[in-house]
Ligand binder design. Structure first.
Ligand SMILES: Cc1cc2nc3c(=O)[nH]c(=O)nc-3n(C[C@H](O)[C@H](O)[C@H](O)COP(=O)(O)OP(=O)(O)OC[C@H]3O[C@@H](n4cnc5c(N)ncnc54)[C@H](O)[C@@H]3O)c2cc1C
Length: 444
């Protein structure tokens, strides 16, 4: 007779749900503990305060979703999510110019929809896995330890405050950027991981609109980008389900967008291109304006900690990024694959998992922190050295080329969507193109 195996996942959001999917292939029983009541339809949740904010699903993240839940794209389509070809349908204003998009269909695709719809679609798919049980309205309040390793969790019911203990051979913390796991580890006699925080003091304000029926927009997603070090403002507008647009304004360095009607519109009007403002002024608002300011980059260094076995952490609880770069859900999906590899290799030490995860998180972290550090108002910013300054001058030139060269634009999107290595920016053919075109009209 084989031993019955069980794992507990803390948090039933994107990272927790994808983790449960992976664990279902390795454990007889996977318990996902979620403090919220889990809604049976797409709805904002209190435990995920970023729910009303826009959530870009990168092509890499979408491909991993399809790998874990084959056919989930069909479910999203039926539920109203909008398929997007990012090289053709993403309208991007950066370095004072709009990007040049290809006319040809590409495979750089995913869906644009609200965050609650995407989470709901994943939850629906996970329900088909009989090994997984989501225990909602319960919160984890501590870790149990025996002989130097984690052997379970302590739960509290949100309704009655009744407490219980669950023994398990693996605990995965996926409880997000406010995770209390460092404190739980300390309470159980272990050291909390050190952390790095880089805070750009970015604030979002987001509102939904009914898209005008008579306007056939030549884009599905529009972004007017911030431009460090001086231009702090951005605007993001995306087509989502139910014939709606989600419109977001962002401001770096405490330049927060207002959440009253007049202030919101004035902020939109101040963007360096009028296209965002022109679009929303012709559309009907259908929601309040939601603000969000918890946007710091935070890396908890579990990979350097003296971590007890039986416990691992992933998703935002380890590496939460400034949302402007749209990477969070995709790095959660990548985390789930790292977990799968670690389990397939025989579930070694917990710290080995965290080291592999740190490798996976490194490029998204460097991208977010590198860009945010170009604002002098960012707390904890890294000072670029002369090589980084040189490279950033080169990337600036390359970005200007995306306005005249559709191939360059496609390459930029592939790298941003984590499906090509950033090393491709330095491929000899690309370097040659950038240098050749540096002095041509429109790219100076
Ligand atoms: C403003 C904003 C915009 C964003 N935009 C994007 C974007 O465009 N694209 C993108 O890919 N990502 C984006 N992100 C990031 C994205 O939201 C997260 O990366 C993603 O949700 C994965 O996070 P997670 O599952 O690790 O944690 P979370 O989504 O924060 O979920 C944590 C879960 O754990 C539960 N929980 C917490 N504590 C306990 C406890 N003690 N016991 C039980 N349950 C608990 C919570 O209720 C919640 O359900 C954005 C984030 C923010 C803040």
């Amino acid at each position: 007779m084989t031993d019955f195996t069980q794992a507990v996942v803390i948090g039933g959001s994107i990272a927790g749900l994808l983790t449960a999917r992976v664990l279902a292939d390795f454990y007889d029983y996977v318990m996902v503990v979620e403090r919220d009541r889990v809604p049976d339809r797409p709805e904002n949740r209190r435990g995920v305060p970023q729910s009303p904010q826009p959530h870009v699903l990168f092509t890499k993240g979408y491909r991993i979703l399809e790998e874990l839940f084959p056919g989930i794209g069909d479910d999203l389509t039926v539920a109203g999510a909008v398929a997007i070809d990012w090289a053709r349908e993403f309208h991007y204003f950066n370095e004072g110019v709009w990007n040049r998009r290809t006319d040809e269909p590409t495979d750089i695709t995913s869906f644009t929809c609200s965050r609650p719809l995407l989470e709901w679609a994943i939850r629906q798919r996970l329900a088909a896995f009989s090994a997984v049980k989501v225990v909602d309205r319960h919160r984890v309040i501590g870790l149990l330890a025996t002989n130097g390793q984690i052997t379970g969790v302590e739960l509290e019911s949100v309704a009655g405050k009744a407490r219980s203990q669950i023994s398990t051979s693996l605990v995965v913390d996926a409880s997000g950027r406010q995770s209390a796991a460092p404190k739980w580890l300390e309470n159980a006699g272990f050291k909390a991981p050190s952390e790095t925080v880089v805070n750009p003091f970015l604030g979002y304000a987001t509102r939904r609109y009914r898209a005008p029926k008579d306007v056939a927009a030549a884009w599905k997603v529009m972004l007017i980008s911030q431009q460090p070090p001086d231009a702090t403002r951005l605007g993001y507008l995306a087509t989502i389900e139910d014939g709606q647009w989600i419109a977001t304004l962002g401001g770096y360095g405490h330049d927060f967008p207002a959440i009253d009607e007049a202030g919101f519109l004035a902020f939109a009007h101040s963007l360096p291109s009028s296209e965002f403002y022109d679009a929303i002024i012709a559309a009907e608002p259908v929601s309040p304006i939601y603000a969000h300011r918890a946007t710091a980059n935070r890396w908890r260094h579990y990979e350097k900690a003296n971590l007890p076995n039986g416990f691992v952490a992933l998703g935002d609880s380890v590496c939460a990024l400034c949302p402007v770069y749209g990477q969070g859900m995709t790095i959660s999906a990548l985390s789930a694959l790292v977990l799968r590899e670690w389990l397939m290799a025989g579930k070694g030490r917990s710290v080995d998992f965290q080291r592999q995860l740190a490798q996976s998180n490194r490029f998204p972290w460097m991208l977010a922190v590198g860009q945010d550090s170009r604002f002098l108002t960012t707390a904890g910013r890294s000072q670029p050295n002369w090589v980084e300054n040189l490279l950033s001058g080169y990337i600036k030139q390359l970005m200007k080329q995306t306005s005249v060269n559709a191939e360059m634009n496609t390459l930029f999107i592939e790298i941003a969507h984590l499906i090509k290595s950033p090393a491709m920016f330095y491929h000899p053919n690309v370097v040659f193109q950038v240098i050749k075109n540096m002095n041509t009209k429109g790219t100076k």
